[in-house]
Design a protein around this ligand. Structure first.
Ligand SMILES: *[C@@H]1O[C@H](CO)[C@@H](O)[C@H](O)[C@H]1NC(C)=O
Ligand SMILES: *[C@@H]1O[C@H](CO)[C@@H](O)[C@H](O)[C@H]1NC(C)=O
Length: 174
């Protein structure tokens, strides 16, 4: 079982970049993580054995035009294998923030060596584009292409939207 060493690496990741978060971001992050540490029955469903499920939430703070991304990775037993938070500065809008967030989730999984993953977030637009076989022509097409080009790193990768209600574990911010 490689779980222990992955967990140690996760702790390392958790510490990265926390120091340059601003207060509003810290608060959003704290809410995100404390909600994520609890598995809400009927809301979060575990992945199959050997698959890591990554839940993410890009929280846009409109007052300062910034966004913060929280990621939690869990195994089939619901154990947290990794958690991370990234601040994003100067993000023009939530639509782009969402797409960039999804891209960061996938590269985070690559960095940690997860090869079978399920990505879940409350980001319908980007997830629809990633599920579609039609070439995207929107303003985020470059991000969609970037994410699609990372699929080769994985043996298994799916994207799903969990919706506002189902994503209560990742929101619950206000
Ligand atoms: C945030 O960005 C929008 C669009 O670029 C702009 O209209 C608005 O003034 C910005 N707000 C702040 C607080 O910087
Ligand atoms: C995307 O595809 C996955 C399976 O690969 C499915 O579970 C999910 O519901 C789909 N989501 C959307 C929004 O199309």
């Amino acid at each position: 079982m490689q779980g222990t060493s992955l967990f140690m690496r996760a702790l390392h990741y958790l510490c990265i970049s926390l120091w340059h978060l601003f207060y509003a971001e810290l608060e959003a992050l704290n809410n995100f993580l404390s909600n994520q540490l609890v598995v809400h029955p009927g809301v979060w469903s575990p992945p199959a054995a050997n698959i890591i499920k990554l839940n993410f939430d890009a929280h846009f703070i409109s007052a300062v035009n910034k966004s913060i991304l929280g990621i939690v990775a869990r195994n089939s037993l619901g154990q947290i294998m990794a958690a991370c938070a990234y601040p994003h500065t100067s993000v023009a809008d939530p639509f782009i923030a969402e797409a960039k967030a999804c891209e960061m989730v996938v590269s985070f999984a690559i960095d940690l060596g997860f090869i079978q993953i399920q990505v879940e977030g409350d980001s319908l637009s980007i997830i629809k584009k990633l599920n579609s076989t039609i070439a995207d022509k929107s303003v985020i097409s470059w991000i969609v292409n970037d994410i699609n080009s990372m699929r080769d790193f994985f043996e298994f990768i799916t994207f799903a939207n969990v919706g506002r209600l189902g994503n209560e574990a990742t929101h619950g911010l206000a």
